[in-house]
Design a protein around this ligand. Sequence first.
Ligand SMILES: O=C(O)c1ccccc1N[C@@H]1O[C@H](COP(=O)(O)O)[C@@H](O)[C@H]1O
Length: 210
Amino acid sequence: MSVVRSKICGITRLEDALVAVAAGADAIGLVFYARSPRAVSVEQARNILAGLPPFVTTVGLFVDMPRSEIEALLAAVPLDLLQFHGDEKAADCEALGRPYIKALRVRAGDDVAALVGAYPSAQAVLLDTYVEGVPGGTGQAFDWSLVPAKLSKPVILAGGLTADNVGAAIAQVRPYAVDVSGGVEAGKGIKDATKVKDFVRAVRAVGELM
Ligand SMILES: O=C(O)c1ccccc1N[C@@H]1O[C@H](COP(=O)(O)O)[C@@H](O)[C@H]1O
């Protein structure tokens, strides 16, 4: 049996975070990108983190945010892990001195191994769908056959995942973890408890078959 971990991203309310944790999610993601409909304020983030039980990884998502702003935010919000979802280079990610994952937006023709190789200090890479002009959270899946069987970093698969397709995605890509936002929503930034539970259940079910 192989355990595939799950992260529920774009959490804006403590009640949704608790639903995700109760369902068995390993991590929750908070979006600190002002243009996202899922963006949270420092106050919202602090409230969510304060209400969580232990052993849940809290991930902060940033898109090309200046280092000084991230540092100010980290002083107020005790996040476990940083997710860089913009055009940050490895040096930008390392400058914060925190564990991080780097999101890479994949499209046909990409040399995914080379993209991953540019972030040797990352804990993992998150592979998301490339959509022109949109940094992420598009709800669109990419062609999973573009992911090589072996990569130098653990892979977190993202992009358009739902309870209905995550089993096939895991069977094909065999990622370390999966990440979902739009596929478990009732509305932008509001999670649907049934979709969250179905998603985590589907991830666990396919793990038991592998
Ligand atoms: O969720 C957002 O609004 C967002 C904004 C900017 C960058 C990334 C964003 N979300 C991340 O995108 C992927 C895929 O999301 P989806 O499941 O396709 O909706 C995921 O990592 C989200 O955390």
